[in-house]
Ligand binder design. Sequence first.
Ligand SMILES: *Cc1c(COP(=O)(O)O)cnc(C)c1O
Length: 376
Amino acid sequence: MKQIQMVDLRNQYLKIKDEIDGSIQEVIDSCKFINGPAVHEFSKDMERYLGVRHVIPCGNGTDALMVSMMALGLKPGDEVITASFTFIATAEVIAVLGLKPVLVDVDPNTFNLDPDAIRKAITHKTKAIVPVHLFGQCADMEAIMDIAKENDLFVIEDACQAMGADFTFSNGSSKKAGTIGHIGCTSFFPSKNLGCFGDGGAIFTNDDRYAENMRAIVNHGMKKRYHHDMIGVNSRLDTIQAAVLKVKLPHLDEYAKERNRAASYYDSALSSCEKINTPARFKASTHVFHQYTLKTYDLDRDQLQEHLRGKNIPAMIYYPVPLHLQKAYKDDRYAEGDLPVTEDLAKRVISLPMSTELDDQQLEYITGAVLEFANA
Ligand SMILES: *Cc1c(COP(=O)(O)O)cnc(C)c1O
């Protein structure tokens, strides 16, 4: 059996090695390392794939979130509502810009922002909502867009874990994750569903004005060379990374299929086990399974992780500490017990290996090891 990894990037690469190597070599031969032709080509390909007017490539997903908030003109003290159950980057950029992160609870089944919790958190200082499409499934964007409209708020989607997911509205129309809010953000970190070979990110919008400003912000606030109309940053997608992404983008839907194949295997092997809840599907969204995350009951989750590790099966806890209880973010607005769903999830969840490369032999071995522990 092939060794099991949390994410098997190597075997995914080997399947398209010649094409990737050729694309990287082209960049090296041209020596156009910054803003070379592949960056523009990839962003055009991505615009077509997503059905969005503008894709602005940038340095990473964290910058994508930060640049979005800069372009919307959010000011220190403005409140931004997001989930406490997410990766730190989401709240980090809010804090870095001097805005106030308002962390709220999530739905216990989908792990995504609870629309009622958003409503309760809105004040006269609230300016934006940042839904995170956690683990590969869209948050309830219909409810969130309605709340935003009623309260005149911006919506910035953190789609870092959900590239390729589709959200279907009650009127039957559907949109790609990251193209529903005013602005959407993604990361091309190697382990993301569409990953490059280093850091990378992108911002999506259908608004021409935001797009123009964000293109300037990622390049030192320049619209015209050496004329700085606004405060910017240096956040570009390397041409070499764009050359990798250009080759991988046409495979993204097939990657989602492979992830769903592994998820279905896990579902059918584990769903009858009473001590485990397999991931719930949200009917309005497809799932691209960035992570396959179980909820455990009446079993020691950390011991399960140890048990799996002893069998050379990596499993991860995303995320062990809710953001409102993190040392750097804890303040007198929050106490333990304030966000009961998030706090409960942090104790129950465990994510199994998930990638495009898991074969049935590996899946059988992993599920066998999980059941052995749960049924012991
Ligand atoms: C990965 C990730 C980010 C940050 O992306 P980087 O490219 O690592 O900066 C932000 N939010 C979520 C939910 C992520 O998973």
